[in-house]
Design a protein around this ligand. Structure first.
Ligand code: ZN
Length: 314
């Protein structure tokens, strides 16, 4: 597909999701107007932007204009209009540099394990959340946004976020033929899923998992050599990370086998990412015993976030 179309889609994504009108906090105790955080500010890609505010003389008012697209690395300018009590006006400018997030290479704690649940939400998702809560464990849910239709399902997404889990994009519609038809379809699907997550939670997802994993995505979207790297670059450029998995305890298709697989690692886990589906009852049933075993072994169950090294199939 044409590079131009990708750029267009990327731009649409930026316009729909990322431009922010900026509320600014003014401290009215300065002798002159000064920007908190300085005139040059570095901001990490993907982190929601909050203006550090400014310090102004008593009785002044401040308004700010400008946009910072936290999904696209680059330079942005914010203009602040300060109106003093006397009616005198002056302008301040802040240059915000959105920098690509550093990709972490090491796990935050050595015994970190990341449980991930794909394809939900489903009738079993609340059950998974209850079990995780009982162990104080955190996980990641890569959702199929098309399944989020009712207020109840939207509330489930909010619960995932509220309870400290990570909410990631799997896709809008889990149909390989459609998503992977070409890059345009792929990004359209991703954008649609992001909109659903934002509408339900007021937050954007920063982590994703390709349906079928990146090998499937790589094969289906990017048959040409080098295209896979391009997809990777585009995802990172949008502030999105994608995660495959290193263990798959569900193989065997029973709760017993799932627990067994998980509790018999070939070598101790360290930053391993486990793939399960919260749409599969047997897999959900296994979570309690998996956590009981893991906790007893001293493993720490973390949500995938910006501190999580990416695991990619290649
Ligand atoms: Zn899936």
């Amino acid at each position: 597909m044409a590079e131009r179309t990708i750029r267009m889609l990327s731009l649409i994504l930026v316009l729909l999701l990322a431009w922010q009108v900026l509320p600014v906090a003014a401290q009215a105790d300065g002798t002159e107007a000064v920007l908190e955080g300085g005139e040059k500010l570095d901001w990490v890609c993907g982190v929601p932007f909050t203006d550090p505010g400014c310090r102004v003389p008593k009785g002044s008012t401040v308004s700010a204009e400008g946009e910072v697209c936290v999904w696209r690395p680059g330079y942005y300018t914010i203009r602040y209009r300060v109106t003093e009590q006397t009616g005198a006006e002056h302008m301040l400018y802040r240059r915000v540099h959105v920098i690509p997030a550093q990709l972490p290479e090491t796990v935050p704690v050595p015994k970190a394990v990341y449980l991930t649940f794909d394809d939900g939400p489903s009738e079993f998702t609340a059950n998974v959340l209850d079990t995780l809560a009982a162990y104080g464990a955190k996980a990641t849910f890569f959702i199929v946004a098309k399944s989020v239709d009712t207020e109840e399902e939207r509330a489930l997404l909010r619960r995932i976020v509220r309870e400290g889990h990570s909410l990631g994009i799997h896709c809008y519609e889990h149909v390989y033929e459609r998503i992977y038809q070409n890059e345009e379809h792929f990004f359209q699907d991703l954008l649609r899923a992001q909109e659903v997550i934002y509408a339900a939670t007021g937050q954007y997802a920063t982590v994703t998992r390709f349906p079928g994993g990146s090998r499937t995505a790589g094969m289906m979207v990017s048959q040409l050599p080098g295209k896979y790297d391009e997809l990777n670059r585009l995802m990172h450029g949008m502030g999105l990370r994608y995660y495959d998995w290193s263990i798959q305890p569900e193989l065997g298709k029973s709760a017993y086998q799932t627990v067994y697989n998980f509790s018999h690692p070939k070598e101790p886990y360290s930053g391993d990412i486990s793939l399960q589906h919260d749409t599969r009852e047997f897999s959900v049933k296994a979570v309690d015993e998996m956590l009981a075993w893991g906790t007893a072994q001293g493993y720490v169950f973390l949500p995938i976030d910006t501190t999580t090294p990416e695991i990619h199939f290649r």
